[in-house]
Design a protein around this ligand. Structure first.
Ligand code: ZN
Length: 285
């Protein structure tokens, strides 16, 4: 297991931690200012959201690398299934546009949040089949552009409307069914911390399919399952144990802090949030 106590080069900022994934939240810094603040603190990489990149993908990617940061990822594709994803061709077109944006940024990985239960179906089985079909259609397009696709299972509380994909097990099943070398899984502690079968599924995924590791914490008395994530160390997730499993399966990439926190961290000065992240990363992750 890697030792981060005196080296946080593996630390990545997901800009959602500063509120940048939602309109009207956070300090609303420009990407350039975020890049400089991360570089000054020794972060190794950064992950952006589509809404802040817009038409400036190439320029922002180059700016990040010039400051010494790798662009570890882009969040995210549009939902591939669910009530907003009924028209297959329209969904695939929009997803291809997000792949183009990731390629322009030079982002290593594009995250997929798959969407909720598909209209006309119940449960998750049929929806997951549609996800597999649509991911299979997108994987070659992404491969041609050197973009890896990471299926991110979300906590089961979101299964209805945000992600019918809720476990690493189901994500690995889709990876095996689609069988594309640029398709894998993103492991986010917020979504998987409760899963007692996680270690075995990470082993099953293997090194080549673990494409991301996302950090935050699950607050025991969370007030909002979407926008009340905790800073690492403030909750009940066993962060060291999860990282041990992820790394035992072969993962050696960035550890990306992704904290949606409308009433706490997004209200603090970004400088403070970034400083706390570095300190917690070195001590509790
Ligand atoms: Zn995540």
């Amino acid at each position: 297991m890697r030792d981060f106590s005196s080296d946080h080069a593996a630390l990545a900022l997901n800009t959602a931690s500063l509120g940048h994934n939602l309109e009207g939240h956070g300090a609303r810094w420009e990407p350039e200012r975020v890049i400089d603040a991360c570089a000054a603190r020794g972060f190794g990489s950064i992950v952006f959201w589509r809404r802040e990149v817009g038409a400036r993908a190439v320029a922002i990617g180059e700016r990040a690398r010039a400051a010494g940061l790798a662009v570890a990822g882009l969040c995210r594709t549009p939902f591939l299934v669910g009530t907003d994803a009924v028209d297959r061709m329209a969904v695939l077109d929009e997803a291809r546009a997000s792949i183009d944006m990731a390629a322009g940024l030079g982002a290593a990985v594009l995250t997929i949040v798959v969407g909720g239960v598909h209209p006309g179906t119940k449960g998750t089985t049929e929806s997951l089949k549609i996800v597999a079909d649509r991911v299979a259609a997108l994987a070659p397009y992404a491969a041609e552009r050197n973009v890896k696709l990471a299926l991110e299972p979300l906590n089961p509380v979101y299964a209805g409307n945000r992600s019918c994909l809720t476990t690493v097990r189901d994500a690995v099943d889709i990876c095996i069914a689609v069988d594309a070398s640029n398709l894998g899984v993103a492991v986010d502690v917020y979504h998987v911390w409760w899963d007692s079968g996680l270690d075995a599924q990470l082993q099953r995924a293997g090194e080549s399919r673990i494409l991301g590791y996302h950090l935050c914490d699950w607050l025991a008395d969370t007030r909002d399952v979407l926008l009340d994530r905790g800073m690492m160390g403030d909750g009940v997730a066993d962060l060291k144990e999860i990282r041990k499993s992820v790394e035992a399966a072969g993962y050696a990439g960035p550890c990306e802090v992704e904290i949606f926190s409308a009433n706490n961290w997004w209200k603090r000065p970004p400088e403070e949030v970034l400083d706390v992240m570095v300190e917690r990363f070195r001590t509790v992750c």
